[in-house]
Design a protein around this ligand. Sequence first.
Ligand code: FAD
Length: 383
Amino acid sequence: MNLELSEEQAAARRLAEDFVDREIAPHAAAWDRAERVDRGIVKRLGEVGFLGLTVPEEYGGSGGDHLTYALVTEELGRGDSAVRGIVSVSLGLVAKTVAAWGSEEQKRRWLPPLTSGEAIGCFGLTEPGTGSDAGNLTTRAVRDGDSYVVDGSKMFITNGTWADVVLLFARTGDAPGHKGVSAFLVPTDTPGLERREIHGKLGLRGQATAELVLQDVRVPADALLAPEGKGFSVAMSALAKGRMSVAAGCVGIAQAALDAAVGYATEREQFGRTIAHHQLVQELITDIAVDVDAARLLTWRVADLIDRGEPFATEASKAKLFASEAAVRAANSALQVFGGYGYIDEYPVGKLLRDARVMTLYEGTSQIQKLLIGRALTGVSAF
Ligand SMILES: Cc1cc2nc3c(=O)[nH]c(=O)nc-3n(C[C@H](O)[C@H](O)[C@H](O)COP(=O)(O)OP(=O)(O)OC[C@H]3O[C@@H](n4cnc5c(N)ncnc54)[C@H](O)[C@@H]3O)c2cc1C
């Protein structure tokens, strides 16, 4: 087994590292306080090719494999999870899903603007009443001649107020549970679609999170992505790959926590020497470092499986479960290393902890990942 990166992968990682250090990290605290990242960053991410990774070049993408995508995503997560999330949703959940499931016309219409950063996508699955139990969503799309009329609402939608297009999941027909779900590509300026920004998030404050309310939203029949009734498969395939992206972002958070903790511990003095000399501080740092490596290796394994065309969904759940919990532990330990200063906004570790906390919740909570892994191991579904 060879864990050495190819020249292209190493170059992409260096490019991402440099981009993050120049264009993202210096602004992350200010964007967090302003509760808004500079939207110009999306265009720059597009210019450097980070919004088109793994998408075929003939549709405006930058190609590349999933390990490259994971490497870039880790760097973005190291710089600012708010920005990482914009990419993971617009590229990871929307553009990649259009590339995988879309008609030729849908690919030509949506992929060039999404991969260049001219347009942003959002993923509309969760509803106020259905989060973990997404298969029982209630938003309804009723066929009317050459169109569908959609009514319902979506909750906690990342990029919601910014997005130009929503990959929307709605119930068509009478089939119960997930069998009745279909996927649609709906431009967000369609009459009847209202977007309400959600304020007061614990973390990811620079990101636009919204509730979408749909009343008599008329979409043409060719907005349907994949055949009617296949929507839940579309959503699950998007989320399986999305979990690798969340895991990679979490590795970035844990790495940032490690860098910050080592930097502080080797400068701050107590009892006449730097706190790095105190063994219990070394323990905090060592535990973060082991978590970083373990989470990274689990994430790379998923990327490798995807790139080799092997089944990867259970490994993606394991990586997402471990890396998200590890990111919370790492940020919390780094805050401990910073002592009281860690609790103050001026230092980076508080933001890392706030941003990390949501990772165990979205794209399937830790409990849901455990049920998915348990089902794969035992053949018994606990859902
Ligand atoms: C900042 C943010 C951004 C998000 N972005 C998006 C987005 O872009 N698009 C989108 O569609 N959604 C998005 N979400 C929604 C997210 O995916 C859901 O919050 C998540 O799936 C959990 O659903 P819920 O919040 O309704 O919690 P619930 O499903 O109500 O769960 C509450 C608790 O019960 C537990 N639980 C539920 N069912 C079981 C079970 N069977 N066994 C054991 N425990 C269980 C859960 O693990 C959790 O601890 C986002 C959420 C947040 C906070």
